[in-house]
Design a protein around this ligand. Structure first.
Ligand code: ADP
Length: 309
């Protein structure tokens, strides 16, 4: 796939504070790319650099093959940005906010109106078209901000924590629209909520303390992790024999017991069925695989990185 956004050795320092340390990565077209990291990781700095609000100290950035340093105006013309804060004009209706955005992006008035209504429809807010932004709920304001960015049909769309603190229907709708828009654009989302983006991202990059500490598809981040997969096995009754059988099973690497419930880690190449073979169905109440959560994996990595620094 073609690279849409490409960064090489991008650095930014505020005084002594290195907000971005020689960051290099590429984002392919038609991808939902999620940048995740704790507070202070450098996410906003990176987004500000990409949207030309902040100039990097060092490094090169290409967007659709154009150098961001020399072709910023051209790049801005096909870029959309949804900021974290509400930047809707409070004294214009929602419809006017969207329409004016279209006109400022070069659309003739009638086309800007049609596109504005189409986006309001997409976000299920036609009924609010003639409301003023302060009259709307927080969730509706967030919908309007994303809808506004889409009026200019951006080929690259940056969104800064678009679903933070919003109601569930709005969250679902925003992700649904982003998922559809992916066919036409590259979508770059920042978030602090790995559990949420895990369900929607094609690719997740974890930033901590100005460095990339992990980068890949959500499932690959899990498989690359050093954290083992654990299995839970619960028997119908307590029986000392069960522990003895488990302890002597070749597949079992580690074992913890809590009454009639066991947590197991298995040797590489073994599945739970090799353990279950030692018991009959009447003895077992339940068994499940408890994968480590992506959140746990990331917290491990961040702690490891901070300990090394
Ligand atoms: P995030 O968005 O992941 O929370 P930021 O990019 O806002 O992270 O910040 C990264 C680091 O750079 C933090 O230590 C922050 O304090 C520092 N920083 C960000 N912007 C400025 C600024 N304008 N002046 C000084 N320090 C800044």
């Amino acid at each position: 796939m073609e690279a849409s956004i490409s960064l090489k050795n991008v650095s930014k320092q505020y005084g002594l504070r290195k907000a971005l340390k020689q960051v290099s990565f590429g984002v392919e077209k038609n991808t939902i790319f999620c940048l995740v990291g704790p507070s202070g990781a450098g996410k906003t700095t990176l987004l500000n650099v990409l949207t030309t609000l902040v100039r990097p100290d060092d490094g090169t950035i290409y967007i659709h093959g154009l150098n961001l340093k020399t072709r910023a105006a051209k790049i801005r013309a096909f870029t959309g940005y949804v900021p974290e804060s509400n930047t809707l004009n409070p004294v214009s209706t929602i419809f006017e906010n969207l329409r004016i955005h279209g006109i400022l992006n070069g659309l003739p008035g009638d086309k800007a109106s049609t596109r504005a209504m189409r986006q309001l429809d997409r976000f299920e807010m036609i009924d609010h078209a003639h409301d003023l932004p302060p009259e709307l709920s927080y969730g509706m304001q967030r919908r309007a901000l994303v809808a506004r960015a889409l009026v200019s049909q951006p080929e690259i769309l940056y969104l800064d924590e678009p679903t933070a603190n919003v109601d569930y229907p709005t969250r679902r709708l925003i992700w649904k629209v982003l998922n559809e828009w992916r066919d036409r654009a590259t979508i770059f989302v920042t978030s602090r909520d790995i559990q949420e983006v895990e369900q929607h991202a094609d690719r997740i990059m974890i930033l901590a303390d100005g460095d990339i500490i992990m980068d890949g598809a959500p499932e690959s981040l899990r498989t690359d992790s050093a954290r083992p997969v654990e299995y839970m096995l619960r028997f119908k009754s307590e029986n000392v024999q069960y522990r003895k059988v488990l302890e002597s099973a070749e597949a079992v690497k580690a074992l913890e017991q809590n009454g009639r419930t066991f947590t197991l880690q298995l040797q590489d190449g073994y599945g739970l069925e090799t353990v279950l073979r030692n018991f009959n169905d009447e003895q077992i109440e339940q068994f499940t695989v408890t994968k480590p959560s992506l959140n746990e994996i990331i917290m491990d990595l961040i702690h490891k990185k901070l300990a090394l620094d």
